[in-house]
Design a protein around this ligand. Structure first.
Ligand code: NAD
Ligand code: UPG
Length: 451
């Protein structure tokens, strides 16, 4: 069992640290965010991620997991140092490597022996070679550093599960001994290991995310054609996915992909490809389709009402996907801002993500689905939380002023909708029901005039 430091304790670093500790290693998680660290020391996870907190507490109690803000305490005497800091998007779409550079500098200052630095941050091809050169120049006589690229493929909302049951572990290394040692760290997981050179490992990460994003934009384009020709995207995706060469996963049509990875990684790969010789036209279209898809519900609602000015709109779901409190690049942010711009009054509800959303969204927040739907003229479903999928459809008709639903995640079967009193617009499927908007307008005018 090895002594491991993990630098950067966000989604990737914390899950990596906790899971490596659970495999039996001694892990010190280092983060510059003092509040986060003091929280984690007490066994509280700063992020909502199923299974994570329980596993964290267990490994703290069993003495294999500690947290610090102090690189000088965490870095010396380690066998392996994982790097898992953020690589956000810059204005031009390329990856911002500021945090990586700072963390590498922090690590270099405190290395006192031979060590392997394993990079899990998603970085442009060539970055890990630059990191290797930096260590070669700055660590000197105190120890030899071997940099290994080990990109991460976990999904938020199922991160712990993915760590233990991933499809593959990618190890990119120039030094065979370093690659073997990293493989050994994960041995108990019994997962397939792909060993390659560093540049190919870096490329595997970007290419994988770009391909998955392409699948989503492809099925979203097909869903628009389904709407035009009267086909049903659910049946089309199922029928396509049964072909094992295509596969059923990532063919869920909706209001586009969000999150901290697909948007930034697709943009970064477009930048890596460049503007002239290898211009990545296909991926640029994927991004364009996704931007269009994120505003689709607002477009549909606007078309249906004529104008959204003064309408009360309920937004169900804010997280970029279920089972996470992350709203980074979520369609909800785009949708809320569009609605506000159109002059609508927005009330939003999300089972988990409201504290994060309240930092960036200027909307009203409700305490429950029913409260959000109260007197609404339209409901927009943004995230397919089970809570919404299991909602009796009568809740919409009972709570809303106008029972008009725009479902961006196809949460309900058309059969169930047919038995409800809703007008229901979804993605790539026929519209069901038709409310008489004149009747509702008349009632509203009558009530406002006569009290
Ligand atoms: N979030 C995901 O699902 C996911 C999955 C696979 C890969 N990735 C990649 O992994 C990397 C990390 O992503 P994330 O979502 O975990 O980021 P994050 O923003 O959640 O966490 C990064 C953490 O690093 C800390 N940090 C920054 N500089 C530091 C330093 N010098 N020393 C110590 N700590 C420092 C920050 O305080 C923060 O807590 C990114 O490159 C991302 O693209 C993310
Ligand atoms: O069929 C689908 C599948 C996903 N999505 C959307 O795509 C986004 C991303 O979903 P998902 O991939 O499940 O979550 P992430 O946590 O962003 O994980 C992706 O990004 C991570 C960061 O790089 C990688 O590690 C993972 O392998 C990769 O799946 C979300 O907005 C989903 O709603 C769809 O619209 N349709």
């Amino acid at each position: 069992m090895k002594n491991i430091a993990v630098v950067g304790t966000g989604y990737v670093g914390l899950v990596t640290g906790v899971c490596l500790a659970d495999l039996g290693h001694h892990v010190i998680c280092i983060d510059v965010d003092e509040e986060k660290v003091s929280h984690m020391r007490k066994g509280y996870s700063p992020i909502y991620e199923p299974q994570l907190e329980g596993l964290m507490k267990k490994n703290i109690e069993e003495g294999r997991l500690t947290f610090t803000t102090n690189h000088a305490w965490g870095i010396p005497n380690m066998d392996v140092i994982f790097l898992a800091v953020g690589t956000p998007q810059q204005q031009d779409g390329s990856a911002d490597l500021t945090y990586v550079q700072r963390a590498v500098n922090d690590i270099a200052q405190h290395i006192n022996r031979d060590v392997i630095v394993v990079n899990k941050s998603t970085v442009p091809v060539g970055t890990n070679e630059s990191i290797q050169q930096y260590f070669n120049q700055h660590v000197g006589e105190l120890g030899r550093v071997d940099v290994v690229s080990n990109p991460e493929f976990l999904r938020e909302g199922s991160a712990v599960y993915d760590m233990f049951h991933g499809d593959r572990i990618i190890i990119g290394a120039e030094n065979e001994g370093a690659a073997l040692l990293v493989e050994e760290l994960y041995r108990r997981l019994k997962l397939p290991v792909v060993k390659t050179d560093i540049r190919s490992a870096e490329m595997i990460k970007y290419a994988s995310n770009a391909f998955l994003a392409t699948k989503i934009s492809f099925i979203n384009e097909i869903s628009s054609i389904c709407e035009k020709v009267g086909a049903n995207i659910e049946d089309v995706a199922y029928g396509m996915g049964k072909d094992r060469r295509i596969g059923t996963q990532f063919l869920q049509a909706g209001i586009g992909y969000g999150g901290s990875c697909f948007p930034k990684d697709t943009n970064a790969l477009v930048q890596i490809a460049g503007n002239v010789e290898h211009k990545f036209d296909l991926l640029e279209s994927v991004i364009h389709v996704n931007n269009r898809q994120q505003v689709l519900l607002v477009k549909k609602a606007k078309e249906r009402f004529g104008s959204l000015h003064g309408k009360r709109v309920a937004m169900l779901g804010l997280a970029f996907k279920p089972k996470t409190d992350d709203i980074r690049e979520s369609a909800s942010v785009v949708v809320a801002n569009e609605l506000i711009q159109e002059g609508a009054y927005v009330t939003a509800y999300d089972p988990i993500a409201m504290p994060n959303a309240s930092k960036v969204l200027n909307v009203e927040f409700a305490n429950s689905t029913a409260e959000a739907l109260q007197d609404a003229d339209a409901a927009l479903i943004i995230t397919e939380w089970d809570e919404f999928k299991q909602l009796p459809l009568s809740t919409f008709s009972e709570q809303m002023r106008v029972p008009m639903v725009f479902d961006g995640r196809n949460c309900y079967t058309l059969e169930a909708i047919q038995e409800s009193y809703l007008e229901y617009h979804s993605i790539g499927r026929p519209v069901i029901g038709e409310v008489d908007l004149h009747k509702f307008e008349y009632t509203q005018n009558y009530l406002s005039e006569h009290g």
